[in-house]
Every structure is written in C-alpha cells, then in structure tokens.
Ligand binder design. Structure first.
Ligand SMILES: Cc1cc2nc3c(=O)[nH]c(=O)nc-3n(C[C@H](O)[C@H](O)[C@H](O)COP(=O)(O)OP(=O)(O)OC[C@H]3O[C@@H](n4cnc5c(N)ncnc54)[C@H](O)[C@@H]3O)c2cc1C
Length: 603
C-alpha cells in the first residue's frame, strides 16, 4: 500500500519563511487567531487524519467503488465513518465565517490541509470538497432565509453540497442546458431535467444533500444569458430545519469511470423537484462562478496532492529497488546491484515530480494569500490588487497543476517499472485519479481561453502587467546578487518575453480571432512555467539567506536550491517550445478542413 507523510517541513518553509504567513495572518481581521503555533498544530493534526484515516481507505475505495441500490448510493466501506470523524473534528467549518457557524480561520489554511486530503484519498475528499463551493455560492447570493436553512448545515458538514451543471448534450457550453424551472404559486419552482456526471450527487455520508442546480425559467433569453441558479435539497427541510419530505430528485445511475471510483458520479433526475431561486433570475451563471472559482482552485490542489503522493512513493521505491550498476561504477558494492536512484534517468523523473510538487505548493499558497486578502483584506486597494492576481492565477493553478500532475503521476508509474502498472502498488490509481482533474471544472482548453482571452486580452494585458511588474521588481532588486544570477537572469528574460508574446497574440487576434484559441493552451503552460520560475527564484533566495545565517537545517536549504536549479535547467526550457508553438499561430491548425481530416478512411 502506498505510504504518505505530509510535507510539513516544506509547508513551513513556504508559509513561514518564504511567503511570511505569520505577518499575513496577523494583518487579516480574525487572522490573529492563526498564530504560528495554532497553524502548526492544525497542520499536524490534519496530517495525522489524512495518513491514519483517509490513506487506508484509498485503495480499498478504488477497488470497491460505489453501489446504487434502490435509489440509494453506498460509498465504499469506511468512507462514512471517516466523514463522521471529519465532521466531529470540526474540519469542514475551519475557514467558514463564524456568522454561519464557522471557525473564521483563513481560507489559505484550509487549502494547505486540502493538499493532504488530495494526496491520501482524492475520491473521499470530493464528498466534503464541493460543500465549500455550495456554501460560498449561498453566502454570496442566497437570501437570509436560504442562508439560515442551508448554510450552517453545509458549514458544519452535517449536509453536503453538489454542483449540478452538466447535461448529456452540454458540459462546456452551458448556454445549451434544457433543465426547466417553472414558478409555483408559493414563490418556489418546479425543477425538471437530467444532470449527468454529478460528483457526490447521492451518497450515505450525510443526512441531506443540497444541490445547486442551473436551470432555465420559462421566459428565459436564449443561451448563457438565460440561466438561473436554484437550491434543490434532497430532503426538504421541515419547520425545525431538519430533513423532512423527500424531494423529487434522485440518482438514476452511477457512471463507471476511469478513476476516483470511491466518489459517486451520478446521473441526477429532477422530476418537478422543489427548488428555490438563488440570486437574480437569469444571472445563474455569474452566481455559479463564485462556486466554480473556489472549485477550480480546489482542482489545482488535487493535481498538487497527487503529484506529492506519487513522488513520495516513487522516491521510496527508487531508494530500495536494486537494478544494474551506476554508470560511474558501483555505488552500493555490498549489494548485488545499485538502487535505481543512482541512475540519471530515474533522477530526472523523481526531480520532475519533486519540482512540480514543491513549485505547485508555492503557487497554491501564493494564490491562497490573494484569496485571503480578497475575502478579508482591510484595505480596498490591496483587495483590488489581490483580486486581479487571484483572477489571473486561478486558471493557471487549475490547468497547469493538473497537467503537470498527470505527467508527475505517470512518471511515478515509470519509476516503478512494470510494478507501477500493477494495482497492488497503488501508483496506477494515482494516474487514473489524476486524469479527471484535467477535465472537470472546465477542461485545460477552457481554462486556457479564460486566461488568455478573458483575463489577459480583455483587460488589454493590464492584469498580466500587475504580475509581471511584481516579477520585474524582484528581478531588479536581486540584479546584483551573484548567488542568484542563475535564477534571476533567465527569469527577467522570460518575464519580458511573456509580455511580448502576449502583445504578439493580441495583434494577430485583431485580424483573426482563431489566433487566441490557437495560442491558448501553449500560452497557459508557458505562463505556468514562468510563474513557477518566479516562485523558485524566491525560494532560492530564501534558502540562500537561511544558509548565510548559519541555519542548522542546511541540508533542507541546499536541497531547495538544487531543486530550483533542476527546475530552471531541465523544466523551464519547455517555455522555448511553447513560445515557438504560440508564434506558429493558427494557420497550421486551421488549414485542414474537417472533411480532409478523415481522408484515407471512412467513418
Ligand atoms: C468524474 C466526473 C465528475 C464530474 N463532476 C461534475 C459535477 O459535480 N458537476 C457538474 O456539473 N459536472 C461535472 N462533471 C462534468 C465536467 O465538468 C465536464 O465533463 C467538463 O466540463 C467537460 O464537458 P463535456 O464533458 O461536456 O465536454 P465538451 O464540452 O463536449 O468538450 C469536449 C472537448 O471539446 C473542447 N471544447 C469544447 N468547447 C470548446 C471551445 N469553445 N474551445 C476549445 N475547446 C473546446 C473541450 O475542451 C473538450 O476537450 C464531471 C465529469 C466527470 C467525468
């Protein structure tokens, strides 16, 4: 069975040393509670829960899957008990507003913990995972009564939430949805339609499920401008707010899928189910975006968590597995062969995983600070600045960390050789589980369009400038620092090139809108690599300073610098290829007609 130790030392490095979380928390209203001791205690306890409670259920949950019987879904053995422990431990309410029964701790802390859940049991993590977004949507857009009825229960974890967007004929293009909402005489709505692929749509972990559903009113305008958001509970709350009458929503079937077998992916049928409008009519997509943005960051963390899990196990295996001798002569002469970690190619794979895990952690925790400030910052200008960065970085967190997460989990299988392909070791499960992260919450292609089209080009490059200016400032400040030159010089060059590439696409797009779509995924990956380069350069600076100050943890800091160096020399050059592909433009993609694609065979 795979093992896992939460990367607490690295979390401390990123949070306490590099990003100065203690000062960050001290400045947030309510954040003063999150003292370094409290944060450390919470992270340690979360690490224990993840390792001792969730990890042992990961492989069994994958093999057992979920069961649908008489309309009820049973999650795999042990999932329900683990969820009860989670609720009793107060974990779901950690970062929620005390007004709604939360503990008021910063969101970033919950995000750091979430990495551990994703590393140890992604399928389980998705049961509570969606409640947070549902609660957010109700907190921002729900009426007082809706908040009183649903929010506290969601925050406490007594009820869980879902996001019901996708229908058989539409996932990306939600303007096409067919689910209908017909007003009733008492001000509620009857919701009728079928939603597919609904994560945690039905299960036995909690006493009620709160569905947030997109549907169309009878007089709704066509397309995405005619979508409204409704709250539709599985059990209608009675006068005391407890689960009462069963509503007309049910699970029609469970999807059989590639990974996350322990999570119930449901076809949900709404048969004149009673629903209640959330936010203004026809503004449902905007309201749902509150939920989707939180969920997008959550999916990026899934990519990170799986990267870390795969790395830790590949590392242990590579230290243990003996095959062949090192090219430069025996490294373990007392043994019949050397451990495979001596081989450069195995090191390439391990370092790729390590760099993506550590880089991803920095990116998540950097972005999490922006989220804290957007939610709780005292100063309006600071909030606006954080909002710009958060909005820019969200598609990068979501898509870049899941793309490289898939790569990293695949490398994990490769390090194990044939054994990686065998179920028992758990490495193939990590690949299968990670594959979905590139798809749901908007595919990589859609995140890339969001980044380049909506975030960067629609703001005339202004949002990007906010970030590239920050990187420029760092590079300028460290220009004369010889010890950092290996990082700062290439970073400064790429930072300038990032702006130039963006201008180039913008210019071409004035004549041909296809240029945006043609460049978008390469642009997103390019942006991800440069963002991680900035963070690794900062990490290297921090590590150098700790070494200069005579730290007694020199091995950790030296490893950090070597990992940064690997990142800059062996992963960052991928930007060259992405830049070339961006510059190649739309023509090579659009030249072939849809018919010509199929010349040579008949379908
Ligand atoms: C296990 C699982 C769990 C899920 N959980 C949920 C959930 O809880 N709630 C929910 O509502 N949905 C959920 N989904 C649905 C998921 O969000 C969608 O599958 C996803 O958004 C893609 O939609 P689609 O499958 O319809 O693909 P399509 O929209 O048909 O896309 C197919 C391909 O075309 C590309 N494409 C489409 N339009 C464009 C465009 N304009 N430009 C460029 N490329 C484009 C896409 O990137 C993709 O590669 C889940 C799906 C799975 C498999």
């Amino acid at each position: 069975m795979p093992d896992y130790q939460a990367p607490l030392r690295d979390l401390r490095f990123v949070m306490d040393e590099m990003l100065d979380y203690p000062s960050h928390y001290a400045r947030l209203p309510g954040g003063e509670e999150a003292t370094p001791d409290v944060v450390a205690a919470i992270l340690e306890e979360g690490a224990r829960f993840a390792r001792e409670v969730l990890l042992p259920l990961n492989q069994s949950g994958d093999q057992e899957g979920c069961l649908l019987e008489g309309g009820e879904v049973k999650a795999p053995k042990g999932f329900r008990e683990a969820y009860q422990q989670f609720v009793e431990g107060g974990w779901p309410s950690l970062a929620a507003d005390p007004v709604h029964g939360g503990q008021g701790l910063p969101h970033s802390l919950a995000m750091a913990l979430n990495e551990m859940i994703c590393s140890t049991n992604l399928a389980w993590g998705m049961y509570p995972g969606l409640s947070h977004g549902a609660a957010d949507a109700l907190r921002h857009h729900g009426t007082e009564q809706q908040q009183a009825t649903y929010l506290t229960k969601l925050v406490e974890g007594v009820w869980t939430g879902t996001m019901c967007l996708t229908e058989p004929h539409c996932g990306t293009d939600l303007g096409l949805i067919k689910t209908r909402a017909v007003p009733t005489a008492d001000g509620a709505y009857e919701i009728t339609g079928t939603k597919i692929f609904i994560s945690a749509g039905e299960h036995d972990l909690a006493e009620n499920i709160v569905h947030l559903v997109l549907a169309k009113l009878p007089d709704a305008p066509e397309g995405s401008k005619g979508i409204s958001l409704f709250v539709v509970p599985k059990f209608l709350p009675d006068a005391e707010g407890n689960p009462g009458e069963r509503n007309g929503v049910s699970c029609g079937s469970l999807e059989h899928k590639m990974g996350i077998h322990g999570n119930a992916t449901c076809v949900m049928n709404f048969d004149a189910a009673r629903g209640f409008l959330v936010g203004p009519p026809n503004k449902g997509l905007a309201c749902m975006f509150t939920m989707m943005n939180a969920a997008r960051l959550g999916v990026g963390i899934q990519g990170l968590g799986l990267t870390e899990a795969s790395f830790q196990n590949a590392l242990a295996y590579a230290r243990d597995r003996l095959q062949m001798r090192s090219l430069s002569g025996p490294q373990a002469p007392e043994k019949p062969a050397d451990p495979i970690i001596v081989h450069p190619d195995v090191r390439r794979m391990l370092l790729t995983q390590k760099a993506f895990a550590e880089g991803g952690r920095m990116l998540v925790l950097y972005t999490a600070q922006m989220l804290d400030i957007v939610e709780h910052g005292r100063d309006a200008a600071e909030r606006e600045h954080a909002e710009t960065l958060l909005s820019l970085l969200t598609p990068i967190v979501k898509a870049f960390l899941t793309e490289v997460g898939f790569e990293a989990t695949n490398e994990g299988v490769q390090v194990f050789g044939g054994h990686g392909f065998i179920q028992e070791w758990g490495m193939e499960q990590l690949v299968r589980d990670s594959r979905i992260t590139r798809l749901y919450e908007g595919t990589t292609g859609i995140q890339a369009l969001d980044l380049l089209g909506r975030k960067v080009l629609m703001s005339q490059g202004e949002s990007l400038k906010v970030f590239t200016k920050e990187i420029h400032k760092f590079c300028k400040a460290e220009e004369g620092n010889a010890e950092l030159a290996e990082f700062v010089a290439p970073l400064a060059k790429l930072n300038a090139e990032w702006g130039e590439l963006t201008m180039g696409i913008g210019m071409k797009a004035m004549n041909d809108r296809e240029e945006v779509g043609a460049a978008s995924v390469d642009y997103l990956m390019y942006s991800g690599y440069v963002t991680l380069a900035y963070l690794f350069a900062r990490a290297a600076k921090q590590a150098r300073e700790a070494l200069a100050a005579g730290s007694d943890d020199a091995a950790f800091y030296e490893a950090k610098i070597k990992t940064a160096r690997f990142y800059f020399q062996r992963l960052l050059p991928r930007t060259l290829a992405h830049a070339r592909m961006i510059q190649a433009g739309a023509e090579p993609l659009m030249a072939l007609s849809p018919e010509a694609f199929g010349l040579g065979f008949e379908i």
